[in-house]
Design a protein around this ligand. Sequence first.
Ligand code: ZN
Length: 370
Amino acid sequence: MRRRRRRRAARIRRGIRVGMFACLVLIEASVGSAIMGARGTRQEADTEQQQIAAAPVMLQMPEKEDGSGRAGQALRTGRKTLVQTLSGWQQDSQGWWYACDETTNYINGWATIDGKNYHFDREGYRDTGWTAIGGEGCYFDEEGIYDPDADSSMLIALTFDDGPSKYTGRLLDLLENTGAKATFFMLGRQVEKYGSETISRMNELGCVIGSHSYDHTNLKEAGADTARQQFEQTDALIAQYNNGEGAQVIRFPYGEYTKELAVDTGRACIFWDVDSMDWDSQDAQAIKEKVSSSIDGGDIILMHDIYESTVAACEELIPQLQAQGYQMVTIEELAAANGYELKPGVTYFGFTDFEKERGTVTDEGREAPE
Ligand SMILES: [Zn+2]
């Protein structure tokens, strides 16, 4: 799970651009030149040489944008050529992949192996858990087998802002005991104090690590230079306890942002559906009632792990919601289950049917809400 999270984190940062572009360029370069003659110019190839150097060489058309089409077969590169087995399932430090024969492996699409359906990502590793394919959320079990009956209607994402704090450890105990996952949008100044005892644990529990600026400045007012500096500083602090990696997702303080600032972060920027108002009430009972009366499947819930009352509320709320059939997942999983692969620089307002009907899931090519 950890490996997968890190791999996906890298993918989110790189985004679709490099992945899809690399595949398309390579089809031009390999299949294209072999079958149809070299169509792309030498100049184009040189410009993108750096980007595509590590990408696999496609021998077939990969999956289309709408998720149709079968997996391509790619020439194995790098460490994969060191594997002695001729064909079949292979595992390395990043996950499971499938050798079709001595020189190729499945990549980027569906494949049926021994009567079971699998899906391979753009690096050739089999997907597990919720995965967005052609705008649909598809579920694959721990062995990567597709489950067409999986239901995403009761998934919700708990998000905790402004921490970590002295109460975060207690919250992590709760997540561990209940199997719930969460997303943490942390402040750099809090990471300085509490990061060492919390961040690696968040990672181990499958939580998603997010940034909320260094000191909760209104970045829309402060401007692009301050925003960049605040996110860089916070990334560096988080990286100390996160295998050298910064935050995977962003939430702007007060939700104050511009599209330019969001693009500048190079990561997906996340809003929320339900505000627990925990900062206002600071009362466990009130927080519990507010959330349980407002919540619906697909919601992103905003809370703050800097109040003891919030953690106390969660200790009752999480088991109660689980008993009602809700499952608490990360923001990344919630997005995938609803058919969205989080893209860098795009702002997401929520993944519920309500948001989809309003056309406000993202600010990319759609109108942002008031
Ligand atoms: Zn905040």
